[in-house]
Every structure is written in C-alpha cells, then in structure tokens.
Design a protein around this ligand. Structure first.
Ligand code: CTP
Length: 404
C-alpha cells in the first residue's frame, strides 16, 4: 500500500534500516522505517488517508518526520516516515544539522552496514535491494561494521558505540577490527550521551541470550570503566602466600549467564550482575583466615543505592526491587560463610517478603560458590523460620518488630 501511494505521488520510496535487517535475519520486528525523496510528512499524510480510521498520524515538523500507528485485530504496527537526508554534526551534540539528500546520503548517515539496507517499494522495482556497503555480506558473515570511517560515525553519535556492542550481543555478531578499534579511540565521547540512553542499551544487552558477551566487549574496548565503573572494578585477581581469590568480574558474568539461561526476568539478571559489587574494595588478606570480605552492610545497604543515584536511574518500583535483591543476595552468601543462625534467617525473611524465591534462585545459580551445602541448609532453615514467623505475625504486627 505504501508503495502504491508513493507511485501515485510519483515518489521513490524505500523501507530501510532495522526492519530490512530483521527480515533477512528472520527476527520479529514491528517498527517500520520508510524513506522517500522529498517530504516524508506528505507521504505519511497520504498513507494515513488511504489506511482509513485505524491509522493515527503524528507529525514532527521540526524533524521533518511523521509516524503512523496502525492497529487492527491482527497487528499493531508503527511506521516512521522521513525524507532522505544528509546529516552533519557539531562536536558537542548528538543533534545533527539536516539537509535534504539522496537515498545514498541517507544510507551514509546510518550507523552500521547491516542497518543501511534499503528495499524499494515502488511497483517498477518492488523488492529491489539497495546495498551500497555490502551490508548483505556482513549480515551473512555476522559482522558489525560502519558504512563510513568509523571515527566519524562514532564521533557524530557516540551512542552508536553502545549500539555496536548491543547488536553484537543480541545477534551474536563480531565487531569488525577497525570498527572496534574506533570504539576504543572514541570511548570518552560516550560522556555526551545521557545516562538513560546508555541504560537503555545496557538493558538490551542484559536481556540477550548470553549477556556476558556484551559486558566482556564493553570491558575490552574500555567503555565499561566510564559507563559503569563499579562493575569494571570487579575485575582482577590477587594471590598472596599462594592463595588466590576468584576474579569477581568473570564470576559475576558466569552467574549472570547462568541466571539468563533459566529466567527472562530482567531484574533478576541485574541482581546477578551486581551481586558482588563493592566486594573487591572490602577484600583483605588475613594470614590465618585467607581472603576475607568484610564490611558487608556498607556494601549491601549504603553503597548500592549510591550507585543507582550516580547512574541517575529512575527510581521506579522495579529498581527498588533490584536494590533489594542485590542487597539481600549478599547476605545469604555472607551468612553461608559464617554460621547460619535462625535469627539471621529471620532477619532476611523479614526483609525479603515475597522476593525470597527469586533470591534463592539467584543463590543456586552461583555455581562456583563453595558454600552450596550451607546455602541448602539455609534454605531448609528458612522454611522452618517462615512457619514460625507466620505464628508471630498472627500475634502482633510484624511491621513494628525490631530487627534482631
Ligand atoms: N540509526 C542510526 N544511528 C542511531 C540510531 C539509529 O544510524 N544512533 C538508524 C539505523 O539505520 C537503524 C535505524 O536508524 O537501523 C532505526 O533505528 P532504531 O529503531 O533505533 O534501531 P533498529 O536498528 O531498528 O534496532 P532496534 O529496534 O533493535 O533498536
């Protein structure tokens, strides 16, 4: 239909970007990007009229774009219309200076070769692929590569460095050598990107099948210490008197992948990644005891909220939930290293409420833990205490109870 309308208006018209990529990758995708020569808004208006009352048009005249939302019983789709454009950037902003351009100009401004593929919608050449950067070959080989000089692509819009790593993680693709080197060179530019956008990309990484891939790439190109220093600080091992301790970074990633294998719960995944945050800082070596990790309250209760403040995360309910899990996850491990007492279990139970099953799941995913036996004992104790606590709860209001 879009092609027919474009033909009536005598306009070249293409579907471009992620939608085309996903067709060839056989991935579901519902956001469609249409590029035309001339005004994208005029084409969107004509398409909306043709679609009838199930279509809703929004126009963004400042950006020269328009969006059509269409829904019926079968589907909900969003179609974005834009006139082909040429973009140039100033050094301190992601906002481009925009001029009208050709299809080739429009493809030049795209982030990766696999996202610059265009399919013609006009009747005469319907389905013709326009692929000036050999994106199809990259798609087949699983390569992320910028269409132009990667230093320009990343410096123009540094968010693309995160996008490269996110696509590599989601699609299990490899980032081409020059492109990857340019990410490392331009990494400081990430500072002009808002935290919300960075977290958006991190969210897509953590929701992937094997999220560790993304965090390893972020570490390799040295973006990680800039965007999430607390996770980067987990890295490193030390050996004193022949006794080493595990590298908390790779350990946390193993726990994360293990959780990801069994659960799609994003917040549980965040908790898995963050469960050891701050541990290296409190690490010390005792000649009698070996490696110890003290000051857990500081980690569990003060430092974690601090991190979230620093990341400027919206403190919505889900984040509070993550904080809670992150804080709580440390306690059973701490407890497992010491003696599991009923009062400690009761304290944990008091805080955990209904999240306890997720918490236990997280503990069990920590396959490298030396304390699995103790965690199991803890779980058994926990069940006992849960019953006891219910009895107390019936007697007096638990909310007023002083924590032991
Ligand atoms: N794009 C770009 N640079 C960006 C963001 C987007 O060049 N920083 C271009 C790419 O051509 C991309 C298209 O705009 O394919 C649409 O962007 P978007 O919807 O954000 O991403 P998709 O590629 O569709 O992927 P996803 O939906 O997974 O985010």
């Amino acid at each position: 239909l879009i092609g027919e309308v474009a033909d009536e208006m005598n306009r070249p018209c293409f579907v471009i970007g992620g939608y085309v990529r996903d067709i060839f990758l056989d991935r579901p995708s519902k956001d469609i990007d249409i590029v035309t020569l001339g005004s994208g808004i005029e084409l969107a208006e004509a398409v909306t009229t043709k679609l009838g009352k199930r279509a809703h048009l929004s126009t963004f005249r400042n950006f020269g774009t328009a969006q059509v939302k269409y829904s019926d019983q079968k589907e909900n789709i969003e179609i974005e219309f834009v006139g082909a454009r040429k973009e140039s950037y100033s050094h301190d902003s992601r906002k481009p200076i925009v001029e009208d351009g050709s299809l080739q100009d429009d493809q030049n401004r795209r982030d990766f070769t696999i996202n610059a593929l265009a399919l013609c919608l006009n009747k005469e050449h319907w389905g013709m692929l326009v692929d000036p950067f050999d994106g199809m070959n990259d798609l087949k080989k699983g390569i992320i590569r910028t269409p132009l000089d990667p230093d320009i692509t990343f410096s123009d819009d540094p968010l693309r460095m995160m996008r490269a790593i996110r696509f590599a993680t989601q699609l299990n693709f490899h980032i081409e050598k020059e492109t990857f080197a340019a990410i490392e060179r331009n990494r400081k530019r990430i500072e002009i990107i808002s935290k919300e956008r960075i977290i958006d990309e991190l969210g897509k990484i953590i929701r992937s099948d094997i999220p560790s891939r993304g965090f390893i790439l972020l570490d390799d190109c040295k973006l990680l210490p800039i965007i999430f220093p607390e996770v980067a600080a987990l890295k490193g091992t030390e050996t004193i008197e022949g006794r080493g301790h595990k590298d908390n970074f790779y350990h946390s990633l193993a726990v994360l992948d293990n959780v990801a294998l069994r659960s799609r719960n994003e917040w549980l995944r965040w908790a898995a990644l963050l469960h050891d945050i701050g541990k290296p800082r409190t690490k010390r070596y005792d000649s009698r005891l070996g490696w110890t990790f003290h000051n857990h309250n500081f980690i569990g209760e003060k430092m974690i909220p601090g991190i979230f403040r620093k990341m400027k995360l919206p403190l919505n309910e889900k984040m509070k939930y993550v904080q809670k899990l992150v804080g709580l996850h440390m306690r059973p491990i701490v407890l497992a290293e010491e003696v599991v007492t009923d009062s400690a279990v009761r304290r944990l139970l008091f805080d955990a409420g209904d999240d306890i099953d997720d918490l236990m799941f997280l503990c069990e995913s920590d396959i490298t833990s030396k304390n699995r036996e103790k965690v199991k004992r803890f779980r058994d104790n926990f069940e006992l205490v849960r019953t006891k606590l219910r009895e107390i709860e019936e007697k007096d209001s638990i909310r007023n109870m002083k924590l032991p």
